[in-house]
Ligand binder design. Structure first.
Ligand code: AMP
Ligand code: ZN
Length: 488
């Protein structure tokens, strides 16, 4: 396994290129992923990012690395519009719902866990909350102030971006230049607490009516959103760690600010490999709760949404996501999901066949090369779609062994069984799930609908009604359209 482990390349957003992955401590990986702000139900776009990094985690684990995977819960300090002024997203929701902020946090944390569990994601090793790490955040702000990269103003503390930029490039991750940023923001400046509109909040002074607030050396207040991730990642993974992930929409300002905070407090750039997942789009536009262009997982599983022609199970959705590279945009459409469903069924069918096919004298295919191609795909910056294509080469082979057209030797059969299971279930996280698969039901339904069609052709209405009602009792709805009969 060691050679495969050494062959991993990761696209590092900071370098803008694929780099050989060399962990800071041999054999170990520290992985941090920005978690959700728990003020509403996660939509499928959010899920894509978490599923992408679940795949990353699973493959690192499969390669034999001991991974410490940290994904936080943001439960305070993330203000509306990601701004430095205005209402806290969670406090706002609590006000509207007439609940305690922590009731909001609990409700949506549970929803988040429940949804990710349906998508068969592995729980992180540590899931720290921002409110549980106020002390660490205060300590980090103190260090930033001591090192001269921040200032206090009216009980708030801001990061001094220009001062930092004099010795470190601010904007190195997002490719932004401080001059351009300045010319874009000066007009918007209404924030007199800040020396400079580019500065961002490390700590915010809380108004009297503010609910979520803590004492600090600068008065009663709450932490800035960017600082939370810096404090929690440093605490559990160290001043410098291997991989930081998140959606690409977080590159600026969130991750740029994390680099600045880490460097300003600890004197070292916090992350070696920055990884960013691309966005899930719906009808070509970024899936986003605020614009209404989003589907919730529950709405997709039940079919109760205006975008999809029928319900889709979580494993079909996961398989669909794995057919795109994590750095490519992916558009969610009924047609694409229907195609993914067929592919998923075919793959699951082949996995069942693989357990029952008999070994022969020798293999008609180079199985070791086939397995090596799985690793090659994933070692090339976690290229799951290429892996899926390689798995389908194996599916073709398995099917022709089953049909007696090709053969496999017994050692190769064992190898293929082991590695196919490892890659399908272990790395891609695709499991056989009856709620996602129509695989077994498809041929049965074809037969039943044929019989119904025959009865109708013979004007045998009692039989055709009996079939329809029987299916309805089993929860299967039959629809006759001009293109034929469909069921769900
Ligand atoms: P938030 O709760 O808004 O902070 O977002 C949680 C995570 O979901 C972040 O990593 C975002 O980058 C990610 N995210 C939000 N919208 C999308 C989308 N349409 N596609 C993929 N990831 C998204
Ligand atoms: Zn973060």
């Amino acid at each position: 396994m060691s050679t495969e482990k050494e062959g991993l390349k990761i696209y590092n957003s900071l370098a803008g290129t694929k780099e050989k992955f060399i962990p800071i401590n041999e054999g170990f990986v520290g992985l941090y992923v920005c978690g959700p702000t728990v003020y509403n139900n996660v939509h499928l776009g959010n899920c894509r990012t978490f599923i992408s990094f679940d795949m990353v985690y699973r493959y690192l684990h499969h390669l034999g690395f001991k991974v410490r995977y940290v994904r936080n819960i943001t439960d305070v300090g993330h203000l509306v519009d990601d701004a430095d002024e205005g209402e806290d997203k969670i406090a706002k929701k609590a006000r509207l719902e007439e609940l305690e902020p922590m009731e909001i946090v609990q409700q949506y944390t549970l929803d988040f866990h429940n949804v990710l569990e349906k998508f068969n994601t592995v729980a992180p090793n540590i899931e720290p909350t921002a409110t549980g790490h106020i002390i660490e955040q205060i300590e980090m702000i103190k260090a930033i102030l001591d090192n001269g990269f921040g200032y206090e103003s009216n009980g708030s503390v801001y990061f001094d971006v220009e001062k930092y930029n004099a010795s470190h490039p601010y904007g190195e991750l997002s490719g932004r230049k401080i001059e351009d940023l300045l010319s874009n923001t000066r007009d918007l400046d209404g924030q007199d607490e800040k020396n400079n509109p580019l500065d961002f909040a490390l700590w915010k002074n809380a108004a009297e009516e503010h609910i979520m607030k803590w004492p600090s050396p600068w008065g009663v207040g709450f932490p800035g959103w960017h600082l939370e991730c810096s404090a929690m990642s440093t605490k559990y993974l160290g001043e410098q760690f291997d991989i930081h992930g998140g959606g690409m929409d977080l590159k600026f300002p969130h991750h740029e600010c994390e680099i600045a905070q880490g460097t300003a407090s600890n004197g070292v750039s916090p992350v070696k490999y920055w990884m960013h997942g691309n966005m899930l789009t719906l009808n070509g536009k970024k899936m986003s709760k605020s614009t209404g262009n989003s589907i919730l997982p529950a709405e997709l599983f039940s079919g109760n949404n205006e975008f999809m022609e029928k319900p889709f199970g979580p494993m079909v959705v996961r398989f669909f996501m794995m057919q795109a590279h994590y750095r490519s945009p992916l558009d969610f459409t009924s047609e694409a999901l229907t195609a993914a469903e067929k592919g998923y069924d075919k793959l699951m069918e082949a996995m069942r066949s693989l357990e029952v096919v008999k070994a022969g004298e020798q293999s008609s295919v180079d199985v070791k090369a086939m397995v090596a191609s799985f690793y090659e795909a994933m070692n090339d910056d976690f290229n799951a779609p290429i892996l899926v294509a390689k798995l389908f080469d194996a599916v073709k082979y398995i099917n022709s062994i089953k049909d007696g057209n090709q053969s496999i030797g017994s050692a190769d059969l064992q190898l293929l069984q082991k590695e196919m299971n490892a890659f399908v279930a272990g790395v891609l996280g695709i499991r056989n799930d009856s709620s996602s698969s129509n695989g077994k039901l498809n041929p049965v339904m074809d037969l039943v609908l044929d019989l119904r069609q025959e009865a109708r052709a013979n004007k045998d209405w009692s039989t055709s009604d009996k079939i329809r009602d029987g299916l309805a009792n089993a929860g299967i709805v039959v629809k006759d359209t001009k293109d034929g009969t469909s069921w769900s």
